[in-house]
Structure formats: structure tokens, C-alpha cells
Design a binder for this molecule. Structure first.
Ligand code: ADP
Length: 424
């Protein structure tokens, strides 16, 4: 019987959430989509969907299928994990999925917060900040698929909801403690607002919210809220919950994220004499076998030192590609190409793979046939090493990095940390 059931709207988001649960001492499995077989005995299962940018109906039906499966495994509480920058399309999908899960679980009130102060995401007066700037002033306004141009989460969430009304639980209330949060939630509910954006400016606020939400059937949050959940269940941090099998094979990085953090990571890797192959989306669109070229390039270079294959580009270059191919087609074309490359790299003996980009990671794990991953130790906030057993029985270590996460030297340090673990 699992205790906590999580539904994440993208793959790296799922890993980010799982990472926080593991850090708190939970044993966690992340599944890719709803499992069709049994999962090992763990404390929490995070079902990773690719529903963030899917059509609304699809996002809702995938999320409901995951919720039904998790509840059938005994999950008492559902955690709908959304992006810490609340990434969503103008039509949803956070609002419609929340409403559908409320109906399924019978939730009378749902707290919502994407905050993760450790990575600079905080909510104040209902506004989401990325570092010290509003979401709408951050680089998220240029995201290729989900540009975020409004930082007011009450307004953003309300615009996505068809039935529910959205209110705010402000910092002044949160600071007074879990009981004050519960009281304000009841007042909002009495006023017809069954969804509440919760101000969360620091980890203390997240712990208080976790406590207040302890008996609620549904919470909607970024990964931050997870830091409060293991302790509420009597668990504490321990090395065993993060233990993975030893790593093998050569090392590679595939990057399809165009976030500013990923751009800096690619630049740092190349300027430190790392080997890199740039995927040109327009050449792919012209019918060139760019995946084949990348794999032929990589073959003689594979070994202990990582090689990098990337489509990562700055906003002006991305816009040029999108203008020619269309936003969705450009995204899909690049994702498919990088996924084929990831598959080819593993076939060539890569056993340690870093993937940068949420959508890109989704495409890569699908192509690799990864169905479940055990979550291991954190590399940087939000990004742990994971281990999966592939269909042929071989093991693959994976780090799936959400675009904006990770320090500038992430593409080298991830492998150093994994190798150090093997020796330890
Ligand atoms: P992040 O985690 O930074 O949001 P994602 O992988 O989720 O990264 O999204 C980036 C999207 O941009 C993907 O759909 C990817 O295929 C697309 N993309 C990557 N490089 C390019 C490029 N050079 N031109 C156009 N689109 C690109």
C-alpha cells in the first residue's frame, strides 16, 4: 500500500517532486505514465504525465486515470504537481485538471502553491516571483511552449477554471500558523472559493501549509510543498531511501531546453573544452538525418568524459525556427530528434545520461522505453540521479533536468557526483 500518490504534469517536474520526498526520507518510485503492472513497495509513487501542454481533454483524462490508479493502491492524499513557474497554456491545464481531481476525490478545498524558495520561487500577495523578479518579468515570458506573462496566480488560475472560484490565503495569515491557514481556508470556502492560492515566501510557510493540508485529499503544488510531507508521516532523512545500484557505461548529455540556465550550462560545458554537437532544427526540417550525424559524431568520443548533443538556443534563434516551422511543430521535431539521439547513445553504450528540458526528457524516456525509475541522491535542488532497468535488463542512470534548474557546471558535476557515489 502506498501512502502518498502524486501526479506530475511533466517528467522533470515529477523527478523534482520525487527528489524532495526522497530527501525527507521517503522511498519513491517515479512511473512514466500510469503503470500497467505492479510497483515495488515504496512510500510514494509519482506518476509522470506529459500533460502540461497536451490538449485540455487529454490532460484531464490522463490525470484522472493516474488518480484512480493511485487511489486503488491505497493513496490517502493526492498531490497534483505543477511547475514552480506555473507553466501552462492559456487554456489550462492546471485549472481543468484541478477541477476534475476535486470532483474525483470529493475535495471541499484545495490549496495551491507553486513555491519552491530553495530555487527562488516564492509567492507573495498571490504573485509568483522567480528570484527577485515577477514571473512575468522573468525569462519565462519567452518560453517556447508556455510563455508566462501574468504573475498574478489568482487571476491565472481563475482564468483556467470553469466551475470553481479562486481566492487567496495571504502571507499575514500563513505567518500565524497551520491553524490560521485552515481557518482562512474555511472562510474562503464559505464565501464560495474552494481553491486558494497560498502565499509561501519561505520553507517555514511550506511546512505550515503541509501541516494544514495534512488531512486534505488533494493538494496542488510545485515540488516545494513536498519538503513538509515525510516528517508529517514520521519519516526522517536517511541514506538508504536514496540508494541506487552502481553506475556503468559511458556518459552523455542531451539538451533540448532553451531556458537561460540551460543556455549557460551548454556554454560553460563547451568553453571548458567539452565535446558538443549542435542540432539545427531547420536542417532536420529539410530532411537531413541529423540524428544519424549526431550519433556518428558521438561514437568515437564516448567514454568516461561526457559528450553533449544540444538544440539549446537563445530566444531570437528559437523564434526564427518557430516562424518557419510553427511553434508546436518546431518543438515536436526537435524533441523527436533528440529522443532518437538519446536512444542511439544508449545503444552505443551510454549508461549515464543527463537530459535537459522537461518536454525533451519526456520524449527521451518514452523513446528509451523507461517505465519506472527509482529516485536517488540530489545533484542540485530539484534534480536527482535516477535508476531504471531497461527492457533488455540493462541498467541506466538518468538525470532529468528541468530547464531552469542546476548550477552552471551541472553537465560535468552531475557525473562527478555519480562516480563519487560509486566509489563511496
Ligand atoms: P524547459 O524545461 O526549458 O521548458 P523543454 O524541453 O520543456 O525545456 O522545452 C523546450 C522546447 O523547445 C522543446 O519542445 C524543444 O523541442 C524546443 N526547442 C529546443 N531547441 C529548439 C530550437 N533551437 N528551436 C526551436 N525549438 C527548440
Amino acid at each position: 500500500m502506498i501512502d502518498l500518490g502524486c501526479i506530475a504534469d511533466d517528467f522533470t517536474g515529477a523527478t523534482d517532486l520525487a527528489n524532495n520526498l526522497v530527501r525527507g526520507g521517503m522511498r519513491v518510485i517515479q512511473t512514466i505514465g500510469v503503470p500497467d503492472g505492479p510497483v515495488p513497495d515504496v512510500d510514494a509513487v509519482v506518476v509522470a504525465l506529459k500533460s502540461r501542454t497536451a490538449p485540455v481533454d487529454e490532460a484531464v483524462s490522463q490525470s484522472l486515470a493516474a488518480a484512480r490508479w493511485l487511489r486503488a493502491q491505497g493513496a490517502q492524499q493526492l498531490y497534483f504537481k505543477v511547475c514552480s513557474t506555473f507553466d501552462s497554456t492559456p487554456r489550462g491545464n492546471i485549472g481543468p485538471v484541478t477541477e476534475a481531481l476535486m470532483e474525483l476525490t470529493g475535495a471541499e478545498f484545495v490549496p495551491v502553491t507553486p513555491a519552491f524558495p530553495e530555487t527562488g520561487r516564492t509567492v507573495y500577495h498571490g504573485h509568483l516571483f522567480v528570484g527577485d523578479v515577477l514571473l512575468s518579468d522573468s525569462s519565462m515570458r519567452h518560453h517556447p511552449l508556455t510563455p508566462m506573462t501574468d504573475a498574478n496566480l489568482v487571476r491565472v488560475m481563475q482564468a483556467q477554471c470553469a466551475r470553481e472560484r479562486v481566492g487567496l490565503i495571504p502571507q499575514a495569515v500563513v505567518a500565524r500558523g497551520a491553524w490560521a491557514i485552515t481557518t482562512r481556508a474555511a472562510a474562503l470556502q464559505a464565501a464560495g472559493m474552494r481553491i486558494g492560492i497560498v502565499d509561501t515566501v519561505d520553507d517555514t510557510a511550506l511546512h505550515l501549509l503541509a501541516e494544514a493540508a495534512r488531512d486534505l485529499p488533494l493538494v496542488v503544488a510545485g515540488s516545494g510543498l513536498a519538503i513538509g510531507l515525510p516528517a508529517l508521516r514520521g519519516l526522517s532523512p536517511n541514506a538508504a531511501s536514496a540508494a541506487l545500484p552502481p553506475a556503468r557505461g559511458s556518459a552523455a548529455v542531451v539538451s533540448g531546453s532553451c531556458s537561460s540556465a540551460s543556455q549557460a550550462q551548454v556554454a560553460a560545458f563547451l568553453s571548458a573544452d567539452g565535446s558538443g554537437f549542435a542540432v539545427d532544427p531547420l536542417r532536420v526540417a529539410q530532411g537531413h538525418d541529423v540524428a544519424g550525424e549526431a550519433l556518428a559524431w558521438a561514437a568515437p568520443r564516448l567514454g568516461a568524459a561526457p559528450v553533449l548533443v544540444y538544440a539549446t538556443a537563445e530566444p531570437a534563434a528559437v523564434q526564427r525556427v518557430q516562424a518557419q516551422l510553427g511553434v508546436e511543430q518546431a518543438g515536436a521535431l526537435v524533441e523527436q530528434t533528440l529522443a532518437r539521439i538519446a536512444q542511439g547513445l544508449v545503444a552505443q553504450g551510454v549508461g549515464r545520461l543527463v537530459v535537459a528540458g522537461g518536454e525533451t526528457s519526456g520524449a527521451c524516456v518514452q523513446a528509451l522505453g523507461v517505465r519506472q525509475m527509482r529516485i536517488g541522491r540530489q545533484i542540485d535542488p530539484g534534480v536527482p540521479w535516477c535508476h531504471s532497468t531497461l527492457a533488455d535488463g540493462s541498467g541506466l542512470h538518468l538525470a532529468l533536468k528541468s530547464g531552469n534548474f542546476g548550477g552552471v557546471d551541472f553537465f560535468t558535476r552531475a557525473f562527478t557526483l555519480l562516480d563519487a557515489q560509486a566509489v563511496a
